[in-house]
Design a protein around this ligand. Structure first.
Ligand code: DGL
Length: 261
């Protein structure tokens, strides 16, 4: 069985790349719901429905463990999936998100004043503030939504993305840490690091692979089901040229296919 990685778009590819670099032996199935992108500007009801559909599709495609490499879907749908969907439909499958591992790293970094930049839906959920405060109650948290950033990245408009990053950085000048709370943002992390040289930028492509490796080590009852043929499969709900180019850049022989059925 495979490790599944789900996102609405390119962010999941970046996280898959990090997994493959650290643990190349496993079989992976990346699925991006590009048809419904951006999730970050959708209602909670839509985000939940799209994420549930993706979970069913990935389970049908033999995923034993699925990483929801999308902060928006994690914020809105993960709890429902773990508490309701899996017990009812797929008891032997594990689904994990990206928010808790990210918050843990920010706390390990001894953050005091944390900035969070994320999609509108993630900020609306206040999941980062809630989870950060569970670990450290007196932390100062500033959450800012960046509705323009994902469309610019998906549209391959890095000039627009850079301008947006520069404007957004103004909110975090007095923070000691900045969580990039969207898996698309690793693609523009250099812009934030350039604007905020004194701030520790927490980027999920740099932390998720270690967290997953550790999880699999601690859960041999799941790991033993994972096949190790270095088979990497990439699918999206709607094929687009830019995703094909990014996939080819990240994975030498990657072929992204459109979902059938
Ligand atoms: N990459 C997703 C996230 O981590 C969001 C992209 C979108 O808005 O669809 O939140």
């Amino acid at each position: 069985m495979k490790i599944g990685v789900f996102d609405s778009g390119l962010g999941g590819l970046v996280i898959t790349k990090a997994f493959v670099e650290k643990m190349p032996e496993y079989d992976y199935f990346y699925y991006g719901d590009s048809k419904h992108l951006p999730y970050g500007e959708k209602t909670s009801g839509h985000i939940l429905a799209y994420t549930l559909d993706a979970m069913r599709y990935m389970i049908k495609n033999d995923c034993k463990i699925i990483i929801i490499a999308c902060n928006t879907a994690t914020s809105i749908a993960l709890r429902y999936i773990q508490q309701r969907f899996l017990p009812a439909e797929a008891l032997d499958i594990k689904v994990l998100g990206v928010v808790i591992p990210t918050v843990e790293v920010a706390i390990e970094n001894k953050a005091q004043k944390v900035g969070v930049i994320a999609t509108t839906a993630t900020v609306r959920s206040h999941i980062y503030q809630t989870e950060l405060h569970k670990l450290k109650a007196n932390l100062q948290v500033t959450e800012v939504a960046a509705p323009k950033l994902v469309p610019a990245i998906e549209g391959n408009d890095f000039f627009k993305a850079k301008t947006a990053c520069k404007e957004l950085s103004e909110n975090f000048k007095d923070c000691d840490s900045l969580i990039l709370g969207c898996t698309h943002y690793p693609l523009v992390k250099a812009f934030f690091r350039e604007e905020l040289p004194e701030v520790k930028v927490v980027s999920q492509d740099e932390l998720m692979a270690e967290k997953l490796k550790n999880y699999l080590y601690r859960h041999p009852e799941i790991e033993k089901y994972l096949s190790k043929n270095k088979n990497y499969k990439f699918e999206v709900s709607k094929l687009n040229r830019h995703a094909q180019i990014v996939a080819a850049q990240l994975f030498a022989e990657a072929k992204i296919e459109e979902r059938q059925g």
